[in-house]
Design a binder for this molecule. Structure first.
Ligand SMILES: Cc1cc2nc3c(=O)[nH]c(=O)nc-3n(C[C@H](O)[C@H](O)[C@H](O)COP(=O)(O)OP(=O)(O)OC[C@H]3O[C@@H](n4cnc5c(N)ncnc54)[C@H](O)[C@@H]3O)c2cc1C
Length: 301
């Protein structure tokens, strides 16, 4: 049995591990994909205090190295659910059943999908949610991008570096991201902005051949082999709702104390109810949740 199981090795989860380990607790971190979470997909982070500029993957590597040096047990396992067992918890993963005195959920958020026909078959075959990971595959080719926030802006800037033309489709005639990023994107000569448009369907069955979109009252077609979808994120917390309260959008209900509706379960980062979802707020939650979990264990075990 670990003292604490942390679900998710993003910025919040790894910071929670850091604080709990430094408090003398044994910690197991379970991660379903890659260590670092969302930030690992960001080419440039410029708003993390003390570091003027760093790539998201370097930042994630540093945090990973910091927690493993302190003795964190880290496993690549997807968590399927959590139950109460005795005065602790049973965490079921795809490979094992693990026990802990306290659990910190730091499961972040996932990419929002358009849910058009053939989406599953086309994902990885022209449709991508990560320009950092897949952008280089389209070097020298025209690509399209849909989205109007910081992620879309960053992806557009990145893709404009190696694609001859980048079309960016937005629902309205404005972006909802940092002004500096908007300026940089729109200054690129090979970026074509398509405002007031709404994608309606994908074309292609096993390989993307293009998509249809609405502009005014007209349905138009854009024949293209790559589309990057950056339309926001959604939480994926349903598997925890047997124990913790979720809000109507699926976020785990908790305030700045990171305390959930279940004694012994804490929550950190983007997966909880909060206004600002950023690295700084995720790592702050990591610290708060870990110290709360440590105090809970000291009091109850
Ligand atoms: C492209 C991009 C650029 C960004 N740039 C910036 C920036 O410049 N500055 C900034 O402050 N913020 C930025 N952000 C936001 C920032 O990355 C997030 O707010 C922050 O990383 C959230 O951390 P987190 O640990 O809460 O969640 P996440 O990073 O989402 O990590 C959650 C982790 O939990 C794992 N997980 C989920 N479910 C399970 C499960 N069932 N079992 C096991 N593991 C699971 C996930 O795989 C993931 O690794 C950016 C985000 C993106 C997408």
């Amino acid at each position: 049995m670990s003292d604490i199981i942390v679900i998710g090795a993003g910025a919040a989860g790894m910071t929670a591990a850091l604080y709990a380990l430094r408090n003398g607790k044994s910690v197991t971190v379970l991660e379903e994909e890659t260590f670092g979470g969302q930030i690992a997909n960001s080419p440039r982070v410029e708003n993390f205090p003390t570091i003027r500029e760093i790539s998201g993957s370097d930042l994630a590597d540093r945090l990973f190295e910091q927690i493993t040096a302190l003795g964190a047990e880290v496993e690549l396992e997807k968590v399927l659910g959590v139950e109460k067992k005795g005065n602790g918890f049973l965490v079921r993963t795809e490979y094992a059943e693990r026990e802990a005195k306290s659990v910190i959920i730091a499961a972040g958020v996932k990419h929002k999908h358009l849910h058009f026909k053939n989406e599953e078959e086309l994902t990885g075959n022209g449709i991508s949610y990560c320009a950092i990971c897949d952008g280089p595959f389209y070097t020298g080719e025209e690509v399209a991008l849909v989205g109007d926030g910081n992620t879309a802006l960053q992806y557009g800037i990145l893709l404009s570096g190696y694609c001859p033309k980048v079309y960016i489709y937005t629902l309205f005639d404005r972006f909802f991201g940092d002004e500096a990023l908007v300026k940089t994107l729109l200054s690129k000569k090979n970026v074509v902005w398509k405002p007031n448009t709404s994608l309606t369907e994908y074309i292609g069955t096993d390989k993307l051949e293009g998509f249809r979109y609405k502009e005014g009252n007209e349905i138009k077609e854009h024949r293209i082999g790559a589309l990057f979808v950056a339309i926001g994120q959604v939480p994926d917390n349903k598997k925890f709702e047997n124990l913790v309260l979720l809000d109507k959008d699926g976020y785990i209900v908790a305030d700045e104390t990171c305390t959930t509706s279940c004694d012994g379960i804490y929550v950190a980062g983007d997966c909880r109810t909060k206004k600002i979802r950023q690295l700084t707020t995720a790592v702050a939650d990591g610290a708060v949740s870990a110290l709360a979990a440590c105090a809970y264990i000291d009091k109850n075990f």
